[in-house]
Structures are given as C-alpha cells and as structure tokens.
Write a protein that binds this ligand. Structure first.
Ligand code: S3P
Length: 454
C-alpha cells in the first residue's frame, strides 16, 4: 500500500521517438472504474466471480481489502482474481475502519453498498480523500433510512449506520457523477421494489452494464441528454466472469506523448471504448490528431479496440461543456496537448474538476504556468495558449497527491525544451502501476530513460 515517502521524478526530451511494433503494441492496466465494480458485484453475487485483467493499482486493492473485511472471499490466483460472494444483503459488519486510501470511487460506491446493510461501519482515506465532498452521496442515500455521521463539511472519516429495512430511492443526481449514480443503484440492490435514478447528463454506465451482466433487472430510458435508470431491488445476483478492458483514461498518457514527440507511433491494444468514456479521443481528432481505432470488438460486454497514435502538429479547439462527463479525468493531459497546439484551446464547464483527487482545475493551470505556458481560468472554463511549438518547460510541478497530474506533467516534459520535474510520482501507483517503465520502454534509439528519479 501507499508509501508516505515522496518520489520526485524528472521527465526530459527523449533522444528518440516513442514507438511500439504493431504486432506486440503495448497494454495499459485494466480499467479502474470496471475493476472496482467487478470486485463489489462479485462480493454481492452468489457463487464465484472470476475477473481477468483487474487493475492491480492501489485504489482497486483498497476495494479488494474492503470487500474482504465485509466477509467476501477475494483471492488473487495468478492473472485471475476470484471472488466468492455473499449474495445481495449478505455482507457482514467489518471489525475495523475501512481505509479507502486515495480512491473517491471506492469510497462513494461503497457508501451506497453499506447504506442498505444493517450494520455499523466507518470509512476513512488519505489526506486527499478526506478533503473530498461526500454529501453528494450521503444526502440522497439517507432517504433509504441509513444514518451518516461525518466530519465538518461531510468529509471522511464517515460513520454509517446502514438501514435495517432500506427503502428504495427515487432521486435525481445533484451533479453529473457516475460515482453518485452508482452509489444510489448499489444501495437499491438491497431495497425492495423499484429504485429510480435520474441523471440530467449521461455519465459512464459501467454500473448499469454490470448490473445486467450479473442478472439484475435494470432498464435505462434515454430522454435527450438525460437518463432514467430503474432497478428492481433484491435480485439474486449470479456470479459472472468479468474481462476488464484496458483503461482509456490510462491510455490517454502514452497517446498524448506520441502526439507530442516527433516521429512517434504507438499502438495500444485492448483499450475500452465505451462511448461515455471516449470524449478525449473525439477532441484529439478535432485537433487534427492522427489517431486510429483498429479491430473494434466487444469483450465482456464493453466495446474495446486497438489505438494507433502518431505524432501530429495539433490545432486548438473549443471543447463543449456537454462533453465533460465523457472525458472528466482527461482534462489535465488534454491541457498538456493544447499547450503544443496552434491557437487558444478553451475547455468549457469544468466545475467538477475542482473536487477530484486535487482541485484539478487550479492544479492543471499551475502545471502549465510553471512551464512557461499562458493559461487562464474563466469561470469554469480553462483556456490554454499554444503557438504550435513545444513549451519551454523547466518547471517543478506540485502534484497534490493526484496521479493524473503527475502523469500529465511527465508527458509534458517529454516534449519541452527543458526537463519538467514533479514533487511526487508515488500516487501514479493508484491507477497505473508500471507507468514509468512502460513509457521508457517505448522510447526508440536506446533513449529509454526519459523519465528518471530526480
Ligand atoms: C468514476 C467516475 C468519475 C471519475 C472517476 C471514476 C467512476 O468521477 O472521475 O475517476 O468509476 O464512477 P465522478 O463520477 O464523480 O465524476
């Protein structure tokens, strides 16, 4: 689990391009959202769920530990994770505090599960997670009969007294958040009757897909941008095999690096292409990126494909606010790409970025500013000026316990005139174990240590 010693790192222009052979390509770790859900659904199903391609990052390992503490058997068996579930409503009171580390997804989704289990539990996390808002889930979940006690501002540690006979929820989510939607649906699993969740803007639908995959009765009605999700409570979830695709949010980093480093061409195999996750790829294409999807297919109920990204001179774009949910985790790395594009890129409607692992809106602006890029925050929009050439670089970036800021800053440093330093690379392990060696391994001409200890 997470070490508290910071790991400063430096990224310098590599001596060669980033390249992978078409036959072997590279694989990024499993999708974080799907990995958390697979473990939780496995624990709530009857029988043994086998998960292939699980992200073995710290965030997901926290979920695995929590499901064990709640009575499920979770075993790593080589490349397969086996979960022996306890059935809907069958989890047991944990004997200690559940520590969710850096993971907002784990904390939010688990609040929903625990709200409709009739026992007492306490959740905490690291300094980043303890600063994040939880009321967005606890307020609507309380309607099922659960009681939540937290620190001031609804922050962790959070004590939960789960409802004895949970009532089904009928709610519209207050923010466009798949975490909130999923918490409400997971709560509804152990409430009789119909749970209804309305979201005004569509967010990633991995929970809905997995509910179906495990045999629950769930329907989704599309009404313009909105979705109405109805779940019949207290189903018998049947254990199912889950194949976790590569995480598109992780693939984003080597893709942007390839677009920025002249002569590069990388192939990334088996990346998840759920339409509610691919806003970055749409945006990069609008910027002129040479980005191709090969072998589109469906694996384990999710769309998957191989991505080929090649160096391109990018142009600025205006990213509409309605695209935000489909690329919410990708704005820091898009901002890095925008800094090398020609023109002013405007990313609109980024309010939710303020409550991620860090205030990502402010931190992304600071990341670019210390490296000689002109940026402005106007309301909830981020503006980045690029002149079609690589930025100056030479800055030292504060990553605020945020893995995506760390990886974005390092990708910037691969193209800048002077190297870019970061204060701490250790949080990268929450979502992308092996990131440094994977990126260094793609650098041709024997220049494989562009990312190195500072
Ligand atoms: C996630 C949803 C997103 C995303 C997070 C994973 C999920 O958060 O930022 O990394 O797995 O549901 P919000 O739903 O709060 O936007």
């Amino acid at each position: 689990m997470h070490q508290s010693t910071p790991r400063p790192l430096i990224a310098a222009r590599p001596s060669g391009p980033l390249v992978t052979s078409h036959a072997t390509g590279l694989r990024v770790p499993g999708d974080k959202s799907i990995s958390h859900r697979a473990l939780m659904f496995g624990a709530l199903a009857v029988g043994e769920t086998r998960i292939t391609g699980l992200l073995e990052g710290e965030d997901v390992l926290r979920t695995a530990a929590a499901m064990r503490a709640l009575g499920a058997e979770v075993i790593q068996d080589g490349p397969i994770w086996r979960v022996a579930g306890r059935g809907v409503g069958g989890l047991v009171e944990p004997s200690d505090v559940l520590d969710m580390g850096n993971s907002g997804t784990a904390a939010r989704l688990l609040s929903g599960v625990l709200a409709s289990h009739p026992f007492f539990s306490v959740m905490t996390g690291d300094a980043s997670l303890r600063a994040r808002p939880m009321r967005r889930v606890t307020v609507p979940l309380a309607a099922c009969g659960a009681r939540f006690t937290s620190r001031d501002g609804g922050r962790l540690p959070l004590a939960i007294e789960g409802a004895r006979d949970a009532l089904p929820l009928d709610t519209t989510t207050s923010v466009p958040s798949a975490q909130v939607k999923s918490a409400l649906l997971l709560c509804g699993l152990n409430a009789p009757g119909l749970t209804r969740v309305v979201e005004r803007e569509a967010t990633r639908d991995h929970t809905e897909n997995m509910l179906r995959h495990f045999g629950a009765d769930v329907s989704v009605e599309v009404d313009g941008h909105a979705r109405i999700i109805t779940l019949r409570g207290q189903p018998e979830l049947i254990a199912a095999d889950v194949v976790v695709p590569g995480d598109p949010s992780s693939a984003a980093f080597p893709i942007v690096a390839a677009l920025l480093v002249p002569g590069s061409r990388v192939v990334i195999l088996g990346v998840g292409l759920n339409i509610l996750r691919t806003g970055l790829f749409t945006t990069l294409r609008e910027m002129g990126a040479r980005l191709e999807i090969r072998n589109p297919r469906v694996e384990g109920g999710e769309k998957v494909g191989d991505i080929v990204a090649e160096y391109t001179e990018l142009r600025a774009v205006d990213v509409p606010p309605e695209r935000a949910p489909s690329m919410i985790d990708e704005y820091p790395v898009l901002a890095v790409a925008a800094a090398s594009a020609r023109g002013i890129t405007r990313m609109r409607g980024l309010k939710e970025l303020r409550v991620k692992e860090s205030d990502r809106l402010a931190a992304t602006a600071a990341l670019l500013q210390v490296n000689g890029v002109r940026v402005e925050i106007e309301g909830d929009d981020l503006l980045v000026w690029g002149d079609g050439a690589a930025p100056k670089g030479g800055g030292h970036v504060q990553t605020h316990m945020d893995h995506r800021l760390a990886m974005s800053a390092l990708m910037l440093g691969l193209s800048t005139e002077s190297p870019v330093g970061i204060d701490d690379a250790s949080f990268i392990d929450t979502s992308f174990p092996g990131f440094v060696s994977l990126v260094n391994g793609t650098i041709g001409n024997g220049g494989g240590d562009a990312l190195r200890a500072a």
